[in-house]
Design a protein around this ligand. Structure first.
Ligand SMILES: [Zn+2]
Length: 334
């Protein structure tokens, strides 16, 4: 007896993609439809060592999430991604330099693959379906372990000649500020990021061990940055000053980007934005102080990202659905 032939998908079947967000410690993956709905998710630890191990881990997640409607895979990588080859040209903490990850992953999963910088794919998520929907010119910054940035210009991601554009992490926002791994002082990534909030929080707690912040941290809070936000909500002066300082420096960085790219909206994402106006109100003040001729241009709202921890994976999936794999560095929407 012959088995029944598989029913063809209806012509209107939504196409799905798997989006993968490779972080320094974990890899998160989602299966997403074109309207951004997450149908399934999976995660695992980031393997150490060779590119083959990373490719194997990504392929395993794709296999886990794959459905019959999955047409492509998008992968966000933590570092500078070569737009021509899809390779990670420089990735702090990950030693996969120059391995042709896009081709290796495509071979492993048998599907078209796009790779891009993790902040670029997050910016794509916000542009397509998030806080930047309807804005063809936007800037996204994510405050995390470092500082991520993606810029959309005229409905396309700004990639530059190699794919390395919009690296705002080493923009100086605090001359005389902390030493960055790049050798300079006061880079945005070390001065006003999630890591900066955590560092300043631990230092403040050590200086005043009886403060509410120190008590929160002493209770073994797994995330020093979250402890700062919680203490600030409770009125702890040190914690409030940390968020005010980081917000102010973030606004300085954002103003530089807005003066360069003339976006109609700036979106801030990452864990620290859960602090809301404790962080963003001072950012809006220093942003307005440094935006050129603010009275003579339409207001540029500074908004919170819609997509939280899923932004990278969802954005990678949307980018995979939007961009034919051999379309080269620019993302021409189908
Ligand atoms: Zn630096």
């Amino acid at each position: 007896m012959t088995p029944p032939a598989p029913r063809p998908l209806p012509a209107t079947a939504p196409t799905e993609a798997v989006g993968v967000d490779v972080g320094a410690t974990k890899i998160a993956a989602v299966r997403v439809s074109a309207d951004g709905t997450v149908a399934a998710r999976a995660r695992r630890a980031t393997p150490r060592g060779t590119a083959d191990a990373l490719v194997g881990a990504v392929a395993e997640l794709v296999t886990q999430l794959r459905g019959e409607r999955v047409a492509a895979v998008g992968v966000g990588l933590p570092g500078m991604v070569d737009a021509r080859t899809g390779a990670l040209a420089f990735g702090p903490g990950l030693d996969f330099a120059r391995a042709p990850l896009r081709a290796l992953i495509a071979d492993a999963v048998g599907l078209p693959v796009v790779t891009d910088n993790d902040a670029n794919v997050a910016a794509w998520a916000e542009y397509r379906l998030g806080a930047g929907r309807g804005h063809d010119h936007l800037v996204l910054v994510t405050l995390g372990t470092g500082l991520g940035c993606g810029v959309v210009v005229d409905g396309r991601l700004l990639r530059g000649s190699h794919g390395f554009a919009a690296e705002a992490s080493h923009l100086t926002v605090d001359p005389g500020g902390p030493l960055c791994e790049c050798g300079n002082h006061g880079c945005w990534g070390v001065s006003a990021s999630g890591a900066a909030i955590a560092r300043l929080g631990r230092r403040a707690a050590a200086a005043r061990p009886a403060s509410p912040l120190a008590r929160l941290l002493g209770r073994g809070s797994p995330d020093a940055g979250e402890a700062v936000t919680e203490a600030a909500r409770g009125g702890d002066g040190q914690a409030l000053r940390i968020l005010d300082r980081v917000g102010t420096l973030t606004g300085i960085g954002v103003a530089a980007l807005a003066n360069l790219f003339d976006p109609s909206v700036v979106i801030v994402g990452g864990g620290p934005v859960t602090a809301g106006d404790l962080l963003l109100a001072p950012a809006r003040v220093s942003f307005a102080d440094r935006l050129h001729a603010p009275a003579d241009r339409p207001p540029v709202p500074l908004l919170t990202a819609r997509f939280g921890n899923d932004a990278g994976a969802i954005g990678a999936a949307l980018m995979a659905l939007d961009r034919p794999p051999d379309d080269g560095p620019s993302d021409r929407r189908r």
